[in-house]
Design a protein around this ligand. Structure first.
Ligand code: ADP
Ligand code: MG
Length: 672
């Protein structure tokens, strides 16, 4: 635990996730400022990022003229010129600079009426201690009200404790790669002697992070491969019959995915496969084929959906596809009354139901299966870890596991995060799908866009309007959808008021059901919704996807919305409404127009916004501070080393230190 720190500060540190000395040592700077390369003021170019070493002539505290912000202003000179440095709302700077004779300042130099000025530069006292003058100075993110300077001083003070950090990389691995010892790497990461030693420190720390992830993934994979599952033999006549009964031809990608799945199911090792494909690529059919196969061989299947609407939709679709084969299918939801639930439970336990479709209600305590051969999970971010755990003990052996997702997983992620998953990709849409024409709509173009929507409705088409939701449980999202509904009814399309409907997560299941039924019958012209799941439904007559506050969504998510239209015979459109006119935002949204591939958009998103945005905060369960997720070589090397280590010592019996390190990955990978 951290001692000698004020309670308030302790709280701020907690918010940064720092609770122990070790956490603090591992709180790395996001960059270093090179105070060793300074520019004389006389040679400074306005607009450029520069570091200056100068004498402090005066320090003044005051208020800005217009917004009455607190201001610190210092006059600096180095003999070649003069420069002012100003800081806003950082009153402590005044104190810090008083009595200082010489400082480094780093930042962008501007020229104003009074001469050269640097606004809120980074500053560092020129120390008489030669170890601190003119070197690479660590810059920490200033979150939670802790300054970079404060962190730097605190970390520097405890730097000798790096000696006590536990070395967990096996010696052989360290030697093969010529890595720095852990303590030294951490020290160099904060206060590097040279740019080269910083690189070496970073290489070592990036490797150890990736190595742990790969170790955990490999351990999970090996543990699963030791499990005994059901071998469900490939049955060619059954496969033929299923395909022959379909109202369409499977795409090549669907056939390939189905083949991979059926092959996995033949082996007595429980499958753990991710079926990945864009919205509308036809994942459900593929999963139905696998469930049909299981049923034909006398095994039960479950299909889990994230919401009741989707569960019902799946039940309809699967029932339709499997009708010719007389398979018994049951739908079990949270809202299913007890009187119906009891007989279902019994039938699941006795094998009277072959396929159970539903929500997490299917994972409840009292439910048992006679012989559960396959579990299909639709649209879950954690990729089935929890569901797999919940299913343990519900059947004699663990079922084969298939997770379906429309969230594209970039390749390196597939190798890291999902190192324990085999992946099938449906990278092809059924023939006849329309490419969706996508446009950005700025505030001044709103009326024109509404005119276009009106014309589509007049032509008999239907329209989705998506309103941003800021957090899953956020009332604001619901309110904004409600407000949008009111606005559309009262101001924009008063003549269509009766045919505008609203759907969101807070409606009761029965209400949502009723709305979706009206949509399916074409009675609703405009459906206002708060999130993807609610429009997970297939409406071939819908041709316009209008997204409010598009900047709030991830690019891959926008792409998924777009995939909800263009499923019928008519040309389809996606309108991205945004009020935010800064170039960065517009450029980001532009990517949705230029890129047609969910994979590419996911990768752009991942680079721009990080893992949390794309895959849900903390859902990945680990956080790479130094390692770059896109560094394929690093991923491969770490994976190779993890495999070697485990080949030599499968249970890590000889390496308790490494074993202990991996405990934090237990939950993510279901390591037990
Ligand atoms: P996903 O779950 O991948 O978003 P679905 O399985 O819901 O996609 O399929 C979307 C729609 O496409 C459904 O109406 C389905 O019947 C239809 N479909 C699936 N495969 C094909 C195919 N090969 N040819 C034509 N239509 C298909
Ligand atoms: Mg689907």
């Amino acid at each position: 635990m951290l001692g000698g720190i004020k309670e308030k500060t302790g709280e701020k540190l907690q918010r940064l996730g720092i609770a122990t000395i070790e956490d603090l040592l591992l709180h790395f700077p996001f960059r270093h400022e090179d105070f060793s390369r300074v520019t004389p003021i006389g040679f400074v170019k306005p607009g450029a990022k520069t570091t200056i070493r100068a004498r402090v002539y005066s320090v003044r505290a005051g208020l800005t003229r217009y917004r009455r912000m607190r201001l610190t202003e210092a006059e600096l000179s180095d003999g070649t010129g003069k420069l002012r440095a100003v800081w806003f709302n950082q009153p402590w700077v005044t104190k810090a600079l008083e009595g200082t004779t010489e400082i480094f300042v780093a930042g962008t130099v501007e020229r104003d009426g009074a001469g050269l000025v640097m606004k809120s530069p980074l500053y560092e006292r020129v120390s008489s201690d030669p170890r601190h003058a003119g070197r690479l100075v660590p810059i920490y993110h200033e979150t939670a009200g802790l300054t970079s300077r404060w962190l730097r001083e605190k970390i520097q003070a405890i730097l000798p404790l790096t000696e006590r950090l536990e070395e967990f990389l096996p010696e052989a691995v360290r030697e093969r790669h010529g890595f720095l010892p852990r303590g030294e790497a951490v020290r160099e990461m904060h206060f590097p002697a040279t740019a080269q030693s910083l690189d070496r420190a970073r290489a070592r720390l990036a490797f150890e992070e990736m190595f742990l992830v790969q170790m955990a993934a490999q351990l999970a994979k090996r543990a699963r491969q030791r499990e005994k599952g059901y071998a469900i033999a490939f049955d060619q006549p059954a496969a033929r019959a299923f395909v022959a009964a379909l109202p369409f031809r499977l795409t090549t990608a669907q056939r390939r995915a189905a083949w991979q799945i059926l092959q996995d199911m033949e082996r007595p090792v429980p499958m753990n496969r991710l079926l990945e494909g864009e919205v509308g690529s036809g994942k459900t059919v593929v999963s139905a084929m696998a469930m049909h196969h299981a049923a034909a061989a006398g095994f039960q299947s479950v299909l889990l959906a994230p919401t009741e609407i989707l569960a019902r939709q799946h039940a309809d679709v699967v029932e339709g596809l499997l009708r010719p084969f007389g398979v018994t299918i049951a739908l079990l939801l949270g809202s299913t009354p007890t009187t119906q639930r009891e007989p279902m439970r019994e039938a699941l336990g006795s094998g009277g139901i072959a396929i159970a479709i539903g929500t997490h209600a299917l994972l409840e305590e009292g439910i048992r299966f006679q012989r559960l051969g396959l579990c299909v999970v639709d649209e879950q971010h954690r990729f089935g870890v929890q569901q797999r755990l919940a299913l343990r003990g519900k059947s004699e052996r663990p079922p084969h596991f298939l997770t379906m997702t429309a969230t594209p997983i970039p390749r390196t992620l597939g190798l890291t995060l999902y190192g324990d998953l085999d992946i099938s990709v449906i990278d092809e849409l059924p023939v006849g799908r329309q490419p969706v024409e996508t446009r950005l709509v700025k505030p001044e173009e709103r009326d024109e866009a509404y005119g276009f929507v009106r014309a589509q409705i007049a032509a008999g088409r239907q329209v989705f309007v998506i309103c941003p939701i800021i957090q899953e449980s956020d009332k604001l999202g619901v309110r904004s959808a409600t407000a949008e509904l009111e606005k559309l009814r009262a101001e924009v399309f008063p003549d269509l008021a009766e045919r505008i409907a609203l759907i969101h997560g807070r409606l009761k299941a029965a209400e949502r059901e009723a709305v979706m039924a009206r949509v399916q019958r074409g009675e609703v012209a405009i459906l206002v919704a708060t999130s993807v799941v609610e429009v997970g439904i297939d409406v071939p007559n819908a041709t316009v996807m209008l997204i409010e506050g598009a900047e709030r969504f991830g690019l891959a998510q926008l792409h998924q919305f777009r995939g909800r239209v263009g499923r019928g015979a008519h040309a389809a459109f996606c309108l991205l409404f945004t009020d935010l006119e800064d170039p960065e935002n517009l450029q980001r949204l532009q990517a949705v127009i230029t890129h047609r591939s969910g994979f590419e958009l996911a990768e752009i998103d991942l680079r721009l916004r990080g893992m949390g945005e794309l895959y849900g905060e903390r859902q990945h369960g680990f956080d790479l501070k130094v390692a770059d997720l896109f560094d394929l070589q690093l991923v491969r090397e770490a994976q190779g080393e993890a495999q070697q280590v485990l080949d030599a010592d499968p249970t890590l019996a000889h390496d308790p230190v490494l074993r202990r390190r991996l405990t934090s990955y237990r939950r993510v990978f279901a390591l037990d």
